[in-house]
Ligand binder design. Structure first.
Ligand code: FAD
Length: 377
């Protein structure tokens, strides 16, 4: 019998599997489709907690630690699997074209510097020197040298390879159809006709985490659609990730520039819509007008696991036995080192419903793409 069954082979499930396997746990991951089938591959790969952070909060601390963990993680994964996850050495940039955007940007850099976080204001000239193709109307820029980008598709594949190399079993094409509950305790996962028994079940099913039958208090995770477009452009028109107040463009090592994204409540519909695509293209062309002449190579949409207060959900579930769940709408939060032995020292022990967890101290924050945080509207 495995020590843990993990539902979902996205970045959360695979990070957990890798870490638990490293500490000797026998782990089985069940994935209804394939490795990285959903948000973890749809993402832009930004590790950017500082870009939109307007206050020092517990979630920002978590996100900064998670971001910085990627520096070592990239090396570990390369050593273990031979796969490069393309963690960029460059920081991220934000540009402002209006008075309001400029004010917000100056204020952000100022408080972050006061807090000892690395952040620099750039003049329009300095922005143009660093990124000559950025919109000539840009009045100011900010540079966050600690924020980075990674190739999230490669990251997910490397995490899967590493988890398996460390002894985890990965069962793809195997949907979890229900939690298996015996005597009021979670004791495994049903996948079709089979029951995989384990003393620990980790629900890392992303946007679908709240849909698992058998759970009397499903986590309040809702899908938040994000639409994206990829431009095929060589040589690259930008080197850094460049943000405006409305979105971002991300250069990739393969020559593409990715633009995103929308934040939409559209249920589980992953359609790319005319309105969504227009919004994404407007963002891209506002930042680099020359993209107007470039071929759009691909468009897609993914579903973020959104939570009511926009903070990750991590902790024990409502039923006794170690049913642990995590919903998280930013990758940068997801790679914080998992506790080596969650079933012994897990901080949120006990039987709880989700209502109590929503009122935790950092419940007034929204998570945005890139792991950044800002106060809820
Ligand atoms: C367009 C877009 C851009 C983004 N950009 C960024 C970014 O730049 N930076 C950042 O930090 N974050 C970004 N995010 C957010 C980030 O992608 C997610 O927070 C993160 O990938 C969530 O990982 P996950 O493992 O929880 O979910 P997922 O990657 O969605 O994985 C969940 C897995 O569970 C599987 N599953 C579901 N139900 C079942 C079941 N019943 N049985 C078995 N398997 C099941 C799914 O098939 C899926 O593979 C972005 C998201 C989107 C959509």
């Amino acid at each position: 019998m495995p020590d843990a069954v993990i539902i979902g082979a996205g970045i959360v499930g695979l990070s957990a599997a890798r870490e638990l396997a490293q500490h000797g746990a026998r782990v089985v991951v069940v994935e209804r489709r394939r490795v990285g089938a959903e948000a973890s591959s749809a993402a832009a790969g930004m590790l950017a907690p500082q870009i939109h952070a307007d206050a020092r909060t517990p979630l920002l601390e978590l996100s900064l630690r998670a971001r910085d963990r990627h520096f070592r993680l990239a090396d570990e994964l390369h050593a273990e699997t031979g796969m490069a996850v393309e963690l960029s050495p460059l920081g991220e940039m934000e540009v402002a074209r209006s008075d309001d955007d400029e004010r917000a940007l100056v204020a952000r850099v100022s408080w972050q510097r006061e807090q000892g976080l690395p952040a620099e204001l750039l003049s329009a000239e300095e922005v143009r020197q660093a990124e000559p193709n950025v919109n000539p109307d840009v009045r100011r820029g900010a540079f966050f040298p600690g924020d980075r980008r990674i190739d999230n598709v490669r990251l997910v594949r490397a995490l899967a390879a590493s988890a398996v190399a460390r002894g985890a079993s990965l069962l793809c094409g195997r949907p979890a159809t229900a939690l298996w509950v015996e005597g009021g305790r979670v004791s495994g996962v049903r996948t079709g006709a089979e029951v995989l028994r384990a003393p620990i079940v980790i629900n890392a099913a992303g946007a679908w985490a709240g849909l698992l039958p058998g759970d009397p208090f499903p986590p309040p995770v809702e899908p938040v659609r994000g639409q994206m477009a990829a431009f095929e452009v060589a040589p690259p028109l930008v080197h850094h990730v460049v943000w405006s107040a409305r979105g971002y463009i991300v250069p990739r090592a393969d020559g593409r520039v990715i633009a995103g994204s929308t934040l939409e409540s559209a249920g589980f519909d992953k359609s790319v819509t005319a309105g969504g695509l227009r919004a994404v293209l407007d963002i891209a062309l506002e930042i680099v007008p020359r993209l107007a002449d470039v071929r759009v190579a691909e468009t897609w949409a993914g579903l973020r696991p959104g939570t009511p207060a926009g903070v990750p959900i991590l902790g024990l579930g409502a039923l006794p036995a170690c049913s642990t769940r995590w919903g998280c709408s930013a990758m940068a939060c997801c790679s914080v080192r998992w506790s080596a032995k969650p079933w012994r020292g897990w901080p949120w022990a006990g039987r709880r419903g989700w209502t109590s967890r929503r009122s935790r101290s950092h419940a007034s924050l929204r998570v945005r793409d890139g792991g950044g945080v800002r106060p809820a509207a």
